[in-house]
Design a protein around this ligand. Structure first.
Ligand code: MG
Ligand code: ZN
Length: 227
């Protein structure tokens, strides 16, 4: 039997600035609620798209825009630490695009989204996609005020993402398993991956896509109530 691995965890109260963090999350929730009311008032459907760097968030949004652009007036907020690479891509897809650079922060927060909402004409939009910063940890804790939250994972991440990062799946309404065209190459059992997602988040809707071929994109749009 191998020795058990010693695990270091913070004692209760040992985490730095724990009160500050609680205040921050509470302040974020309040602003998220205001964002939600503002979006509802303007009848805008907003979707927060979360997931790792490289999972396919931008490509999924591009595909959805391609599918829905004749039906809705679409805007996109692209969250990124410093670059505008994704925002430029999304702009080419024909949607109104606004970049939100977070500086050092590894997630979007409701305050940044409120700021972005103040920069666009809300009477001119039916659907808003918000691409969160590529990260599976803190975006879960920072709701933005959207109607739906989607988490995108790719089969190239291997089979353990849902177990290692359960919170983001618990917070999301829809999980998209992307790049299923690569499942065979990656030797990933997609049924098993889906079962792991359902285990950590029993109510989540799971959809398999290949943003490369377009497979599953209509299902995502349907589940989000956009088709
Ligand atoms: Mg992206
Ligand atoms: Zn963060």
């Amino acid at each position: 039997m191998p020795d058990e691995i010693e695990v270091i965890v913070p004692d209760k109260g040992e985490v730095f600035d724990i009160e500050l963090e609680e205040d921050l999350l509470e302040a974020n929730r309040k602003i998220a609620e205001e964002n939600k009311q503002l979006l509802e008032k303007h009848r805008i459907r907003a979707i927060d798209v979360m997931g790792s760097v490289g999972s396919g968030k931008t490509t999924l949004i591009e595909r959805l825009i391609g599918l829905l652009k004749d039906k809705y007036r679409i805007a996109v907020f692209g969250g990124d630490v410093t670059t505008t690479i994704d925002a430029e891509r999304l702009k080419r897809s024909g949607a109104k695009t606004l970049q939100i650079n977070t500086g050092k922060e590894c997630h979007l927060d409701a305050n940044l989204v409120r700021k972005a909402l103040s920069k666009i004409d809300l009477n001119d939009i039916d659907v808003l996609f918000i691409e969160n910063v590529g990260n599976l940890i803190c975006p879960a804790e920072f709701p933005l005020g959207t109607d739906s939250r989607v988490v995108v994972i790719s089969v190239t991440e291997g089979p353990y993402t849902p177990l290692k990062h359960p919170y983001i799946f618990m917070e999301a309404d829809v999980a998209v398993i992307n790049k299923i065209d690569l499942a065979g190459t990656m030797d990933v059992d997609v049924d098993e991956l889906e079962a792991k997602i359902k285990k950590v988040s029993p109510d989540i809707v799971v959809i398999r896509t290949s943003c490369k071929t377009g497979e599953g994109i209509e299902k995502v749009a349907k589940v989000l109530g956009l088709l």
